[in-house]
Design a binder for this molecule. Structure first.
Ligand SMILES: [Zn+2]
Length: 249
């Protein structure tokens, strides 16, 4: 049996949203099972991490349905890695987004902000604070709130209201109702840095926003801290245990 995080990742392939996913955990017996189900499993070693834009020893594991299609994209990334400049980095980010089936509008916005030295992750966090996404989640936890655009961890929509990202999230939850818990994990992943920043009380605009947000949480603050601390300790373990619990598997 596949771990619950991996089996929900496969929903993105089964529902036709993506040809390829990047699971957080695959054990060797699961590789065997995935292959017998007709999926390919392979790794890619990055020379430069397109997310941190730094030299990297990151190794990504991908699961995909049409292996050739994914390999064609990775071969293009490989070529771009031979000559690192901002243009090629941007292209690499876009290709990885394409590989993972993310909407084009979100990929473009993310890659532009990245190569311009802006911080798309921070932008999404600010949007979540301003729109009350974290607060709503804390109230409904472990059930998700209404936001569907944050359909997977490490995906940053061009806006929380992005029509395409929301449609994907809705399609995934429609395909498998348990997928809604993946969205919960993705929101917790965004909420975690907020509490790290809160501890250091930086005097920046963002620091002030984070501080007033956490202070405004009232009785939800303790609940949030507990979730975030558990998640930070071991995000992979947290996700697997959380999904086992809520999915009763
Ligand atoms: Zn978008």
């Amino acid at each position: 049996m596949l771990n619950p995080s991996l089996s929900l990742d496969l929903v993105r392939i089964k529902s036709g949203v993506s040809n390829c996913v990047q699971p957080i955990l695959i054990e060797s017996r699961e590789v065997y099972e995935l292959r017998s189900l007709g999926y390919s499993v392979f790794t890619y070693a990055w020379v430069v991490d397109p997310i941190t834009l730094k030299p990297s020893n990151r190794i990504s594991t991908y699961v995909c349905k049409d292996c050739e299609k994914s390999l064609r994209i990775l071969r293009r990334i490989e070529k771009l890695e031979c000559e690192i400049n901002l243009r090629n980095l941007r292209r690499m980010i876009e290709l990885e987004g394409k590989l993972l089936g993310y909407p084009e509008c979100c990929i473009r916005k993310f890659s532009r902000l990245k190569v311009d030295g802006k911080n798309p992750e921070k932008k999404t966090i600010v949007e979540c604070i301003e729109r009350g996404v974290f607060e709503d989640l804390l109230r409904s936890y472990p059930e998700p709130n209404q936001i569907k655009s944050l359909f997977t961890t490490n995906f940053y929509p061009c806006s929380l209201d992005c029509k395409r990202a929301n449609e994907i999230g809705e399609r995934l939850v429609e395909y498998d109702r348990n997928y809604r818990f993946k969205i919960v994990i993705s929101i917790i992943n965004l909420m975690t840095p907020v509490f790290k920043i809160y501890k250091f009380k930086p005097k920046t605009e963002f620091g002030k926003l984070v501080f007033s947000f956490v202070e405004s949480l009232g009785e939800l603050k303790l609940k949030a801290k507990k979730i975030v601390e558990d998640f930070s300790r071991d995000p992979v373990r947290f996700e697997i245990d959380f999904l086992r619990n809520v999915m009763h598997v």
